[in-house]
Write a protein that binds this ligand. Structure first.
Ligand code: FAD
Ligand code: MLT
Ligand code: ZN
Length: 496
């Protein structure tokens, strides 16, 4: 048994399941945009059915507010089209009238991209939720962009396939939102990012023209790969209406190990060994520091996994198709990290219930932090040598003032640095202690100020820390070509 080979004094086999927004500065409303009137609403009611045009403030309210309750708009209109043609009609009209539009998926974005900054109308993709086809030979699935990620997984699972992207928000986020943010998540290490897994996109441009790049081909070198432009463009270049995606066969043998470490250097060594010794069966390598565990324990029904607290916790997942082969590899790996005293404690889960319990500890960090108060989130790519130092620097800076935690997809070099204070609203004093320092630190080490969450309305003015001025200039010309009236998600991604 794999679990038996772990030598440590405090081993447990699994967890026992026990027991406003104010100082966010907004850019001025651009007066070139029209304000919605009754004629506009009548027009939209003619293209959509009346249930798909929301104007009652109590119906619109939830669409104006983001998941973190950090960003809030003042839109008075939500449109919920069901077809690509309806999206096209809406955008053509808005473009002619110069009405600004924010596309919205599951509204789980963490950088204020999915809600209006001012009174932009909200184009919700929630009713475009059909899975249109699946080819069992190629493993390519095609669906409308409003399909909830978890629903794609539930559709594929009985067919023996899985989605190549997974994240904590899977129950609400939509594939169109994932593609628009180029979301990373916990499987990127294994399957790569969406730029590789998305084979085709259908999108509607600001003037209503439909761009059909909905290929299901693995190979297609016919000029510029236009679909790539929409991946990660956060609703600023077009509204994604359909996607086709490669789906890999669903692994039949899955193991998850949770380990503790007494130094970050050891976390790095374990990562290197996991890559070389587990190779193709390594499917996730996540880390969280002890303050993360404390926050989760304070807000979730989970128990401390080990009696002995350590500064670092690592979650390693393997997935493959041959239990014996996977177990052998995992045993060799575990023996090697134990023999070299790289871990203090460890525990393995091989059945669904315990695997979920381990993942719950990792995936509920975001929700648990949200219950603490105001959360200042920074999503960074950093070289391994500078990866955790920024957490320690910020912890020293904030001693007694705020809780500083570090977690994330260490296997991809992606740190989530989160600073939480017990009280909302967000405070300028706290922002000033973080920014621009964190961005300067990241830039000086050639990291990225957004590893996977995007730029949204949070970071347009900080884009220059990760993109050269020539690159920003080119991005602006692309935007200008595709959306000359700038009606799609204004005030987001690009600086003025
Ligand atoms: P929304 O939040 O609705 O929108 C995000 C952006 O995409 C906005 O700019 C919006 O305008 C645009 N958009 C949405 N749909 C479309 C469309 N059809 N066409 C054009 N533009 C569109 N992110 C990660 O990368 N990795 C993680 O591990 C991760 N974990 C998370 C865990 C939790 C608990 C939460 C709350 C969030 C997490 N996120 C993560 C962030 C978020 O879930 C992702 O960014 C997700 O991809 C957003 O999808 P959504 O459908 O909610 O999009
Ligand atoms: C995660 O990895 O859990 C997400 O990106 C969410 C977050 O950063 O809070
Ligand atoms: Zn993440």
């Amino acid at each position: 048994m794999l679990t038996n080979i772990i030598k440590n004094n405090n081993l447990k086999k699994c967890f026992r399941q026990v027991k406003n927004y104010s100082t966010i500065i907004k850019p001025e409303r651009d007066s070139k945009y029209a304000t919605i009137n009754n004629q506009d609403i009548n027009y939209f009611q003619n293209i959509l059915d009346k249930h798909s045009v929301l104007t009652d403030p109590s119906d619109v309210e939830g669409f104006n507010q983001d998941w973190m309750k950090k960003y809030k708009g003042t839109s008075s209109l939500v449109l919920k089209p069901k077809t690509t043609e309806q999206v096209s009609e809406i955008l053509k009209y808005c473009n002619n009238r110069k009405i600004a539009v924010v596309p919205q998926g599951g509204n789980t974005g963490l950088v204020g991209g999915s809600v209006p900054v001012h009174d932009e109308i909200i184009l919700s993709l929630a009713n475009m939720n059909k899975i249109e086809g699946f080819d069992p030979i190629t493993g390519v699935v095609t669906c409308q962009s409003g399909t909830v990620l978890e629903n794609i997984e539930s559709y594929l699972s009985p067919l023996g396939y899985t989605v190549p992207i997974d994240l904590g928000a899977k129950g609400s986020c939509q594939i169109g939102g994932n593609v628009s943010t180029n979301a990373g998540g916990i499987r990127l290490l294994r399957y790569g990012g969406l730029h590789g897994n998305i084979l085709g996109i259908e999108a509607v441009l600001a003037d209503g023209s439909i761009i059909d790049c909905l290929s299901t081909l693995r190979k297609d070198n016919t000029g510029y790969d236009l679909k790539q432009l929409f991946i990660g463009s956060e609703g600023t270049l077009g509204v994604i209406t359909k996607v086709s995606m490669i789906t890999p066969p669903k692994p039949t043998s899955v193991n998850v190990g949770l380990f503790t470490c007494d130094s970050f250097d050891k976390v790095k060594t374990i990562l290197t060994r996991a890559k070389s010794q587990l190779g193709d069966i390594l499917s996730a390598f996540e880390f969280m520091d002890r303050p993360c565990i404390d926050v989760v324990l304070a807000h979730q029904q989970v128990q401390d996994p080990f009696d002995n607290k350590q500064p670092f916790y690592i979650l390693i997942e393997t997935s493959g198709f041959n239990e014996t082969h996977d177990s052998e590899k995992l045993n060799d790996f575990l023996e090697s990290i134990m023999n070299d005293d790289l871990i203090v404690d460890g525990s393995l889960a091989t059945d669904t219930k315990n695997i979920s319990a381990f993942w719950k500890l990792r995936e509920s960090i975001t929700e648990s932090l949200g219950k603490e108060g105001a959360v200042y989130k920074y999503d960074l790519s950093l070289p391994m040598d500078q990866f955790y130092s920024i957490v320690e620097i910020m912890r020293n800076k904030f001693e007694g003032k705020a809780n500083v935690v570090g977690f994330g997809h260490v296997g991809d070099g992606n740190l989530h640095l989160n600073i939480s204070t017990p009280k909302k609203p967000y405070q300028k004093e706290i922002f000033d202690m973080i920014e621009p320092f964190v961005y300067e630190y990241t830039s000086s080490h050639r990291g990225s100020i957004s590893a996977e969450h995007g730029i949204g309305s949070m970071k347009p003015n900080h884009l220059h820390y990760s993109k050269s001025s020539n690159s920003i200039h080119l991005m602006k010309s692309i935007k200008n070509t595709m959306d000359p009236n700038n009606i799609l998600n204004p005030y987001k991604v690009l600086p003025n």
